[in-house]
Design a protein around this ligand. Structure first.
Ligand SMILES: NC(=O)c1ccc[n+]([C@@H]2O[C@H](COP(=O)([O-])OP(=O)(O)OC[C@H]3O[C@@H](n4cnc5c(N)ncnc54)[C@H](OP(=O)(O)O)[C@@H]3O)[C@@H](O)[C@H]2O)c1
Length: 323
Protein backbone atom coordinates (compact mmCIF):
# COMPACT_ATOMS: atom_id res chain seq x y z
CA UNK A 1 0.00 0.00 0.00
CA UNK A 2 0.95 3.66 -0.28
CA UNK A 3 1.76 5.37 2.99
CA UNK A 4 3.64 8.35 4.33
CA UNK A 5 6.63 7.40 6.47
CA UNK A 6 7.83 9.46 9.40
CA UNK A 7 11.50 8.73 8.78
CA UNK A 8 13.11 10.60 11.69
CA UNK A 9 12.39 13.55 13.97
CA UNK A 10 12.78 16.83 12.14
CA UNK A 11 11.09 19.36 9.84
CA UNK A 12 8.04 18.51 7.72
CA UNK A 13 10.10 16.92 4.89
CA UNK A 14 10.97 13.97 7.14
CA UNK A 15 7.46 12.81 6.14
CA UNK A 16 8.21 10.80 2.99
CA UNK A 17 5.66 9.05 0.73
CA UNK A 18 6.49 5.41 0.05
CA UNK A 19 5.29 1.84 0.22
CA UNK A 20 4.41 -0.23 3.28
CA UNK A 21 3.22 -3.83 3.68
CA UNK A 22 -0.57 -4.16 3.58
CA UNK A 23 -1.69 -4.55 7.22
CA UNK A 24 -3.90 -7.51 8.14
CA UNK A 25 -6.64 -7.41 10.76
CA UNK A 26 -5.95 -9.55 13.81
CA UNK A 27 -8.56 -10.98 16.16
CA UNK A 28 -11.08 -8.31 17.11
CA UNK A 29 -9.87 -5.89 14.43
CA UNK A 30 -11.13 -4.45 11.15
CA UNK A 31 -9.21 -3.44 8.03
CA UNK A 32 -10.24 -0.02 6.69
CA UNK A 33 -9.64 1.21 3.15
CA UNK A 34 -8.84 4.81 4.01
CA UNK A 35 -10.43 7.66 2.08
CA UNK A 36 -9.47 10.48 4.47
CA UNK A 37 -6.97 10.76 7.29
CA UNK A 38 -7.02 13.56 9.85
CA UNK A 39 -4.00 15.56 10.97
CA UNK A 40 -4.00 16.75 14.57
CA UNK A 41 -1.71 19.55 15.75
CA UNK A 42 0.02 17.20 18.20
CA UNK A 43 1.31 15.16 15.22
CA UNK A 44 3.42 18.14 14.13
CA UNK A 45 5.00 18.18 17.61
CA UNK A 46 5.53 14.40 17.56
CA UNK A 47 7.15 14.60 14.11
CA UNK A 48 9.46 17.40 15.24
CA UNK A 49 10.45 15.61 18.44
CA UNK A 50 8.73 18.23 20.62
CA UNK A 51 5.81 16.21 22.01
CA UNK A 52 6.04 15.57 25.76
CA UNK A 53 5.20 11.83 25.68
CA UNK A 54 5.04 10.52 22.08
CA UNK A 55 3.24 7.19 21.67
CA UNK A 56 5.43 6.19 18.69
CA UNK A 57 9.03 6.53 17.47
CA UNK A 58 10.34 6.73 13.89
CA UNK A 59 10.33 5.01 11.50
CA UNK A 60 6.55 4.89 11.74
CA UNK A 61 3.35 5.96 10.02
CA UNK A 62 1.73 8.84 11.89
CA UNK A 63 -2.00 9.61 11.91
CA UNK A 64 -4.55 9.33 14.65
CA UNK A 65 -7.85 9.32 12.75
CA UNK A 66 -9.11 7.72 9.55
CA UNK A 67 -12.37 7.55 7.66
CA UNK A 68 -13.19 4.98 5.01
CA UNK A 69 -14.75 1.60 4.38
CA UNK A 70 -14.29 -1.70 6.20
CA UNK A 71 -12.86 -4.16 3.66
CA UNK A 72 -11.99 -7.13 5.92
CA UNK A 73 -12.49 -8.27 9.50
CA UNK A 74 -10.40 -10.38 11.87
CA UNK A 75 -11.46 -13.35 13.93
CA UNK A 76 -14.43 -12.69 16.17
CA UNK A 77 -15.72 -9.66 14.26
CA UNK A 78 -19.11 -9.75 12.56
CA UNK A 79 -18.55 -10.18 8.80
CA UNK A 80 -21.56 -7.96 8.20
CA UNK A 81 -19.30 -5.02 9.02
CA UNK A 82 -17.56 -5.39 5.64
CA UNK A 83 -18.72 -2.45 3.54
CA UNK A 84 -19.54 -0.26 6.55
CA UNK A 85 -18.61 3.45 6.32
CA UNK A 86 -16.58 4.09 9.46
CA UNK A 87 -14.24 6.46 11.23
CA UNK A 88 -11.66 5.22 13.68
CA UNK A 89 -9.24 6.59 16.21
CA UNK A 90 -5.83 4.99 15.67
CA UNK A 91 -4.23 5.59 19.09
CA UNK A 92 -1.51 7.76 17.58
CA UNK A 93 -0.20 5.90 14.53
CA UNK A 94 -1.06 4.29 11.21
CA UNK A 95 -3.45 6.83 9.72
CA UNK A 96 -1.43 8.36 6.85
CA UNK A 97 -1.92 5.28 4.64
CA UNK A 98 -4.20 3.61 2.13
CA UNK A 99 -5.12 0.83 4.56
CA UNK A 100 -5.42 0.95 8.33
CA UNK A 101 -6.16 -1.63 11.00
CA UNK A 102 -8.24 -0.59 14.01
CA UNK A 103 -9.88 -2.36 16.91
CA UNK A 104 -13.41 -3.19 15.78
CA UNK A 105 -14.80 -1.29 18.77
CA UNK A 106 -12.86 1.84 17.76
CA UNK A 107 -14.30 1.78 14.23
CA UNK A 108 -17.54 3.71 14.58
CA UNK A 109 -20.22 3.67 11.89
CA UNK A 110 -20.64 7.16 10.41
CA UNK A 111 -24.23 8.29 11.05
CA UNK A 112 -26.38 8.90 7.97
CA UNK A 113 -26.24 12.51 6.87
CA UNK A 114 -22.74 13.14 8.26
CA UNK A 115 -20.06 13.76 5.62
CA UNK A 116 -17.03 11.50 5.99
CA UNK A 117 -14.75 14.56 6.21
CA UNK A 118 -16.76 15.93 9.13
CA UNK A 119 -16.83 12.52 10.79
CA UNK A 120 -13.00 12.33 10.70
CA UNK A 121 -12.86 15.72 12.40
CA UNK A 122 -15.47 14.68 14.95
CA UNK A 123 -13.76 11.44 15.99
CA UNK A 124 -10.77 13.45 17.28
CA UNK A 125 -11.51 17.19 17.66
CA UNK A 126 -15.22 16.56 18.30
CA UNK A 127 -14.46 14.03 21.03
CA UNK A 128 -12.04 16.39 22.77
CA UNK A 129 -14.28 19.44 22.39
CA UNK A 130 -17.35 17.66 23.69
CA UNK A 131 -15.46 16.23 26.66
CA UNK A 132 -13.96 19.58 27.65
CA UNK A 133 -17.33 21.28 27.21
CA UNK A 134 -19.14 18.75 29.38
CA UNK A 135 -16.45 19.11 32.05
CA UNK A 136 -16.23 22.93 31.99
CA UNK A 137 -19.98 23.53 31.48
CA UNK A 138 -20.27 27.06 30.06
CA UNK A 139 -23.53 28.62 31.23
CA UNK A 140 -25.93 31.19 29.76
CA UNK A 141 -24.51 34.70 30.02
CA UNK A 142 -21.01 33.60 31.00
CA UNK A 143 -18.03 35.14 29.23
CA UNK A 144 -15.95 32.33 27.71
CA UNK A 145 -12.61 32.83 25.96
CA UNK A 146 -11.39 30.40 23.29
CA UNK A 147 -7.75 30.44 22.12
CA UNK A 148 -6.82 29.29 18.59
CA UNK A 149 -10.52 29.89 17.90
CA UNK A 150 -10.12 29.34 14.15
CA UNK A 151 -8.51 25.91 14.62
CA UNK A 152 -10.00 22.42 14.55
CA UNK A 153 -10.80 22.29 18.26
CA UNK A 154 -11.42 26.03 18.72
CA UNK A 155 -14.27 26.08 16.21
CA UNK A 156 -16.09 23.26 18.00
CA UNK A 157 -15.50 24.62 21.52
CA UNK A 158 -16.91 27.95 20.33
CA UNK A 159 -20.00 26.32 18.80
CA UNK A 160 -20.75 24.41 22.00
CA UNK A 161 -20.28 27.44 24.27
CA UNK A 162 -22.41 29.68 22.04
CA UNK A 163 -25.15 27.02 21.91
CA UNK A 164 -25.06 26.94 25.72
CA UNK A 165 -25.83 30.66 25.76
CA UNK A 166 -22.34 31.91 26.65
CA UNK A 167 -20.70 35.06 25.26
CA UNK A 168 -17.66 33.79 23.38
CA UNK A 169 -14.56 35.95 23.12
CA UNK A 170 -12.56 34.41 20.29
CA UNK A 171 -8.80 34.86 20.11
CA UNK A 172 -6.61 33.83 17.18
CA UNK A 173 -3.54 34.80 15.20
CA UNK A 174 -4.95 36.07 11.91
CA UNK A 175 -7.88 38.04 10.52
CA UNK A 176 -9.05 35.02 8.48
CA UNK A 177 -9.49 32.97 11.65
CA UNK A 178 -11.12 35.86 13.52
CA UNK A 179 -13.57 36.35 10.66
CA UNK A 180 -14.56 32.67 10.94
CA UNK A 181 -15.06 33.11 14.69
CA UNK A 182 -17.31 36.14 14.14
CA UNK A 183 -19.38 34.16 11.62
CA UNK A 184 -19.82 31.44 14.26
CA UNK A 185 -21.23 34.04 16.65
CA UNK A 186 -18.36 35.25 18.83
CA UNK A 187 -19.20 38.56 20.51
CA UNK A 188 -15.57 39.70 20.28
CA UNK A 189 -12.66 38.53 18.16
CA UNK A 190 -9.15 39.52 19.22
CA UNK A 191 -5.81 39.00 17.46
CA UNK A 192 -3.32 37.94 20.15
CA UNK A 193 -0.36 38.66 17.89
CA UNK A 194 -1.16 42.42 18.25
CA UNK A 195 0.68 44.18 21.08
CA UNK A 196 -2.47 45.86 22.46
CA UNK A 197 -4.46 42.65 22.78
CA UNK A 198 -4.51 42.50 26.62
CA UNK A 199 -6.23 45.91 26.57
CA UNK A 200 -8.82 44.62 24.09
CA UNK A 201 -9.32 41.52 26.22
CA UNK A 202 -9.98 43.66 29.29
CA UNK A 203 -12.52 45.69 27.29
CA UNK A 204 -14.31 42.53 26.09
CA UNK A 205 -14.44 41.04 29.61
CA UNK A 206 -14.57 43.94 32.08
CA UNK A 207 -15.60 41.63 34.94
CA UNK A 208 -13.06 38.96 34.01
CA UNK A 209 -13.56 35.65 32.24
CA UNK A 210 -15.83 32.98 33.69
CA UNK A 211 -14.16 30.27 31.62
CA UNK A 212 -11.17 30.07 29.27
CA UNK A 213 -10.03 27.29 26.93
CA UNK A 214 -6.25 27.41 26.45
CA UNK A 215 -4.68 25.32 23.70
CA UNK A 216 -1.83 27.77 23.08
CA UNK A 217 0.05 28.21 26.36
CA UNK A 218 3.12 30.44 26.75
CA UNK A 219 2.59 34.17 27.24
CA UNK A 220 -0.81 34.04 25.50
CA UNK A 221 -2.06 31.40 27.93
CA UNK A 222 -0.64 33.30 30.88
CA UNK A 223 -2.38 36.54 29.86
CA UNK A 224 -5.64 34.63 29.53
CA UNK A 225 -5.15 32.95 32.92
CA UNK A 226 -4.58 36.35 34.53
CA UNK A 227 -7.90 37.51 33.03
CA UNK A 228 -9.97 34.71 34.58
CA UNK A 229 -12.23 36.03 37.34
CA UNK A 230 -12.04 34.59 40.86
CA UNK A 231 -14.20 31.46 40.93
CA UNK A 232 -13.74 30.92 37.18
CA UNK A 233 -12.49 27.87 35.28
CA UNK A 234 -9.32 27.60 33.18
CA UNK A 235 -9.03 24.65 30.79
CA UNK A 236 -5.48 23.73 29.70
CA UNK A 237 -5.52 21.38 26.73
CA UNK A 238 -2.46 22.29 24.68
CA UNK A 239 0.82 24.09 24.21
CA UNK A 240 0.79 25.09 20.55
CA UNK A 241 3.17 27.99 21.34
CA UNK A 242 5.75 25.53 22.68
CA UNK A 243 5.15 25.67 26.44
CA UNK A 244 2.13 25.01 28.63
CA UNK A 245 0.67 27.84 30.71
CA UNK A 246 2.11 28.05 34.19
CA UNK A 247 -0.88 28.27 36.50
CA UNK A 248 1.01 27.69 39.75
CA UNK A 249 1.68 31.33 40.75
CA UNK A 250 0.10 33.38 42.09
CA UNK A 251 -2.29 31.10 43.95
CA UNK A 252 -5.70 32.06 42.61
CA UNK A 253 -9.25 30.79 43.31
CA UNK A 254 -9.61 29.38 39.78
CA UNK A 255 -10.44 25.78 38.90
CA UNK A 256 -7.80 24.45 36.49
CA UNK A 257 -9.08 21.64 34.27
CA UNK A 258 -6.71 19.39 32.30
CA UNK A 259 -7.15 16.78 29.57
CA UNK A 260 -6.78 14.02 32.16
CA UNK A 261 -10.22 14.92 33.49
CA UNK A 262 -11.92 13.79 30.28
CA UNK A 263 -11.83 10.31 31.79
CA UNK A 264 -14.52 11.42 34.25
CA UNK A 265 -16.87 12.47 31.43
CA UNK A 266 -17.35 9.16 29.64
CA UNK A 267 -16.50 5.53 30.24
CA UNK A 268 -14.06 5.63 27.30
CA UNK A 269 -12.67 7.88 24.58
CA UNK A 270 -14.62 5.68 22.16
CA UNK A 271 -17.92 6.48 23.88
CA UNK A 272 -17.12 10.19 23.74
CA UNK A 273 -16.27 9.91 20.03
CA UNK A 274 -19.60 8.19 19.35
CA UNK A 275 -21.39 10.97 21.22
CA UNK A 276 -19.52 13.59 19.18
CA UNK A 277 -20.64 11.87 15.97
CA UNK A 278 -24.22 11.90 17.24
CA UNK A 279 -23.87 15.63 17.97
CA UNK A 280 -22.64 16.03 14.40
CA UNK A 281 -25.65 14.14 13.06
CA UNK A 282 -27.94 16.41 15.12
CA UNK A 283 -26.24 19.49 13.63
CA UNK A 284 -24.96 20.71 17.00
CA UNK A 285 -21.27 20.12 16.12
CA UNK A 286 -20.30 21.38 12.69
CA UNK A 287 -16.58 20.96 11.98
CA UNK A 288 -14.91 23.35 9.57
CA UNK A 289 -12.61 21.38 7.29
CA UNK A 290 -10.47 24.17 5.92
CA UNK A 291 -8.05 22.26 3.70
CA UNK A 292 -7.54 18.77 2.30
CA UNK A 293 -4.17 17.69 0.88
CA UNK A 294 -3.40 14.59 -1.18
CA UNK A 295 -1.91 11.87 1.07
CA UNK A 296 1.52 12.16 -0.54
CA UNK A 297 1.63 15.88 0.36
CA UNK A 298 1.48 15.26 4.13
CA UNK A 299 4.73 17.22 4.54
CA UNK A 300 3.14 20.30 2.94
CA UNK A 301 0.13 19.93 5.23
CA UNK A 302 2.36 19.79 8.31
CA UNK A 303 4.29 22.84 7.09
CA UNK A 304 1.07 24.83 6.63
CA UNK A 305 -0.13 23.91 10.13
CA UNK A 306 3.22 25.02 11.60
CA UNK A 307 3.05 28.31 9.71
CA UNK A 308 -0.39 28.82 11.32
CA UNK A 309 -1.97 29.15 7.88
CA UNK A 310 -4.64 26.47 8.26
CA UNK A 311 -8.27 27.12 9.06
CA UNK A 312 -10.24 24.56 11.07
CA UNK A 313 -9.37 20.91 10.42
CA UNK A 314 -6.74 19.64 7.99
CA UNK A 315 -7.24 16.31 6.20
CA UNK A 316 -5.27 14.04 3.85
CA UNK A 317 -7.15 12.41 0.97
CA UNK A 318 -6.17 9.07 -0.52
CA UNK A 319 -6.41 9.27 -4.31
CA UNK A 320 -9.19 7.37 -6.01
CA UNK A 321 -11.69 7.86 -3.21
CA UNK A 322 -14.77 9.98 -3.29
CA UNK A 323 -14.58 12.26 -0.29
N1 LIG B 1 -7.62 18.25 18.36
C1 LIG B 1 -7.68 17.53 19.47
O1 LIG B 1 -8.45 16.59 19.58
C2 LIG B 1 -6.78 17.87 20.62
C3 LIG B 1 -6.69 16.98 21.70
C4 LIG B 1 -5.88 17.34 22.78
C5 LIG B 1 -5.17 18.53 22.77
N2 LIG B 1 -5.28 19.35 21.68
C6 LIG B 1 -4.50 20.59 21.67
O2 LIG B 1 -5.38 21.67 21.41
C7 LIG B 1 -4.74 22.66 20.62
C8 LIG B 1 -5.52 22.87 19.34
O3 LIG B 1 -5.49 21.64 18.62
P1 LIG B 1 -6.02 21.51 17.14
O4 LIG B 1 -5.71 20.13 16.70
O5 LIG B 1 -7.41 21.98 17.06
O6 LIG B 1 -5.04 22.48 16.33
P2 LIG B 1 -5.35 23.87 15.61
O7 LIG B 1 -6.01 24.78 16.58
O8 LIG B 1 -6.08 23.57 14.34
O9 LIG B 1 -3.90 24.37 15.29
C9 LIG B 1 -3.09 24.91 16.32
C10 LIG B 1 -3.26 26.42 16.41
O10 LIG B 1 -2.48 26.90 17.48
C11 LIG B 1 -2.22 28.27 17.27
N3 LIG B 1 -0.85 28.61 17.62
C12 LIG B 1 -0.50 29.52 18.54
N4 LIG B 1 0.82 29.62 18.63
C13 LIG B 1 1.34 28.77 17.73
C14 LIG B 1 2.66 28.45 17.33
N5 LIG B 1 3.74 29.02 17.89
N6 LIG B 1 2.84 27.54 16.35
C15 LIG B 1 1.79 26.95 15.77
N7 LIG B 1 0.50 27.20 16.12
C16 LIG B 1 0.28 28.12 17.07
C17 LIG B 1 -2.48 28.53 15.78
O11 LIG B 1 -3.66 29.32 15.66
P3 LIG B 1 -3.50 30.91 15.68
O12 LIG B 1 -2.66 31.25 14.46
O13 LIG B 1 -4.89 31.39 15.60
O14 LIG B 1 -2.80 31.26 16.95
C18 LIG B 1 -2.73 27.16 15.19
O15 LIG B 1 -3.64 27.20 14.13
C19 LIG B 1 -3.31 22.16 20.39
O16 LIG B 1 -2.46 22.67 21.36
C20 LIG B 1 -3.46 20.66 20.55
O17 LIG B 1 -2.25 20.02 20.89
C21 LIG B 1 -6.06 19.05 20.62
Amino acid sequence: MKAVWWTRTGPPDVLVPGEAPDPEPGAGQVLIRVALAGISFIETLVRAGRAPRPAVAPPAILGNAVGGTVVAVGEGVDRARVGERVVASMHGSGGYAELAVADAADAIAVPDGVRLADAVALVTDGRTALGLHLRAQPKPGETVLVTAAGGGLGVLLSQLAIAAGARVVATAGSERKLELARRLGAVAAIDYTASDWPRRLAAAAPNGLDLAYDGVGGTVGRTVFDAVAPGGRFVVHGLASGSATDTSEPAKPVTVIGLGELASIASSARELAARALAEGAAGRLRPVVGQTYPLERAAAAHAAIERRETLGKTLLAVSGHAV
